[in-house]
Ligand binder design. Sequence first.
Ligand code: ZN
Length: 444
Amino acid sequence: MIYRNTPIYSGVFKVWTVALAFTLFPLTLSADETATATSADDDSIVEIESASKTQTLVADPEAPVEVDPERIKKVKETKKPVDKQVKPKAEQLEPFMMMEKSFAPGVRDTVFWPVMINSLQFNIPVIVAHGARQGPVMCMTAAVHGDELNGIEIARRVIYGLDPEKLAGTVVAVPIVNMEGFMKQQRYMADRRDMNRFFPGDPNGVTPARFAYALMEMVIQHCDALIDLHTGSFYRTNLPQLRADLKDEKVARMVTRFGGMTVLQSAGKPGMLRNAAVAMGIPAVTMEVGGPLSLELEAVEFGVKAINTFLGELGMTKRLSFWKAPQPVFYESQWVMSNHSGILLASVKLGDKVKDGEVLAEIINPVTNAKEKVKAPYAGTVLGMAVNQFVSPGFVIFRIGKETTESELRDEAIKDETEAARATTSKALDKMIDNEERPAGTNW
Ligand SMILES: [Zn+2]
């Protein structure tokens, strides 16, 4: 089962092999002691100084990762065509190939991607559920940031909740992409760089670029759609939500299949996994669920339900979606910052609808007892927030999604990007309504 003879990361010292069981979370919940956030939140703004100064991809002969071009070539040759059509006859089904391992129809199994970390070999598990019926390949990645645990549990629940014999298509899960960060309970890789700024990667680049390149070659290129699972970062938490660039029509159609999960327009940043996937023609979203270093089971269950809805909507599983409320879509959002230093005491919670000028929190100076009231800049919904803690001036506390109506958008001539995203979503929705047939294959 263990794929170990032709590793993408080859090395002389194959001393130790570790296969991780996902049911084990031997983690002591503690703060990330190394990274320094200069700004706020999840995958959009946090950056570490050391990374931003050295982000240029330069071949580094000392870097521990080597890539075997022959193997990459071999893997490329085994890639399934993206434009395959649905073939309902079971006898036409072929095994699914990944990393030279063959998965028979109706089977769930694991292939291990060997990586060398400090001269020791670790195996990053890639779990595949290959359905007995034809259909698309849906991929999930989690823990690209090593301290984000909710996504690991979401991926486990989804892939082990499937019955491959009843599945149409293939579901692929990489529950722990950033093994280095995961083992250290840290967001970044050991070199303090953010892997999610280095996609699609470079086989001759710095360590995270090499990992990114290998992930794209080994896994992502096989996918017809990608859900990259994340959480807020550094003592911040996010309402379960999809971040997606709705200007891309395939992405705009994809997000409408997640039931009632909130959608936030986000163009993303260069180097992000979802941007790299979309650039390859693979529709991709980031699913943000909760905060780092914790397992928030209610939020996890919400994420699982949304992904299962997605699989049902694609016809990969039996359709089962019961969502009470329609899906909120936010085309704009803004961060609210502190202007003073002190202890943050929030008076709202994730998902709350707030009015223009409503008090969201107080920041209280522990020495002088002076209080700053933090107010909502406009009416909206709390999509992300910091947990109560000591803050400094300029600390990003709340992310408020702005609720805009069609007429407001027209009247205020809100920036082109927002309008373009909205227009694409409407068009995608119209198409879905026009075409009552369940989508098949890669017809997003
Ligand atoms: Zn993340």
